[in-house]
Design a protein around this ligand. Structure first.
Ligand SMILES: O=C(O)/C=C\C(=O)CC(=O)CC(=O)O
Length: 264
């Protein structure tokens, strides 16, 4: 399996025709390969095992992605139930899903007989019930720093550039709008990191802040934000790129990722 995984991992270095042929195959293979190595069960149907958590997720929802990373880091087995935010006007708005998440957003997590919504609340629940591989530091000041970075991203950036807001802003203005709010927030994140970062956002241990940062960097790239003014953000993103828990949670490794990635 190590060899196969290595081969698939290396496919991201391919370019041109080789990439066109190999990449769709990889997109299909990766979920099962990562499933073998990270416990993330990516079957589309809900699990028959009532104890197995179900994560309602969309491949490039950054909020779903945060939770996928946290689940993978803590090695919690789970099934993914994809909710398409775009198909037929958005499956998140259908009556059945509104019962799961009245906010009509992803993620939602069914776990321990409860349905939880809101990615940060979910990460805290996981932290409190599954303390293995902690995502908050012991030191109170470091914990405050983690929460500060989480808050900047999850309250100060992402909600301003999420799908419902961009639909409201309109096709013509959405890129500039997203760039404005991401740039404003990343200035603050970079400043926070200048005193808190070690190898990762806060010191040398991966925390909730890293679970939130990496998906937000993906969004920044999607909206063509100039990331050169944020060298610490870029360094940490690069550092985490090869981490198996982060790789398995990446949009391109999700069962609902389209074979041809949309370019906007
Ligand atoms: O594929 C799409 O076009 C629709 C939805 C998204 O991107 C997800 C978001 O709303 C962005 C986010 O989670 O930050």
């Amino acid at each position: 399996m190590g060899l196969l995984r290595n081969l698939v991992d290396r496919s991201i270095q391919f370019s041109g025709t080789a990439k066109q042929i190999w990449q769709p195959t990889c997109n299909r293979l990766l979920p099962s390969i990562y499933k073998m190595s990270t416990n993330a069960n990516v079957s589309v149907a809900p699990s028959h095992d009532a104890k197995q958590p179900i994560l309602y997720s969309y491949w490039r929802s950054s909020c779903s992605w945060r939770v996928r990373i946290a689940m993978n880091l803590k090695e919690i087995p789970y099934d993914i139930k994809p909710i398409s935010l775009i198909k037929s006007g958005g499956e998140q708005h259908c009556n059945e899903y509104r019962e799961v998440n009245p906010m009509e957003q992803v993620p939602a997590l069914q776990i321990d007989g409860h349905t939880l919504i809101e990615s940060v609340a979910i990460m805290h629940y996981l932290e409190e019930t599954r303390p293995q591989r902690p995502l908050l530091p012991q030191d109170v000041h470091k914990r405050a720093k983690v929460r500060e970075i989480v808050e900047i991203i999850c309250s100060g950036i992402q909600p301003l550039q999420n799908l419902i807001v961009l639909i409201h802003v309109g096709e013509e203005k959405k890129k500039e709008w997203a760039q404005h709010w991401i740039t404003r927030g990343f200035r603050a994140v970079e400043k926070a990191l200048s005193t808190s970062a070690g190898k990762y956002c806060v010191g040398d241990e991966i925390s909730m802040a890293d679970c939130c940062l990496v998906p937000q960097v993906f969004n920044a790239r999607r909206f063509h934000v100039d990331l050169r003014p944020y060298p610490i953000i870029l360094r940490i993103d690069r550092e985490l790129e090869s981490n198996p828990a982060f790789r398995a949670a990446h949009p391109s490794n999700q069962p609902d990722c389209p074979p041809e990635l949309p370019n906007k």
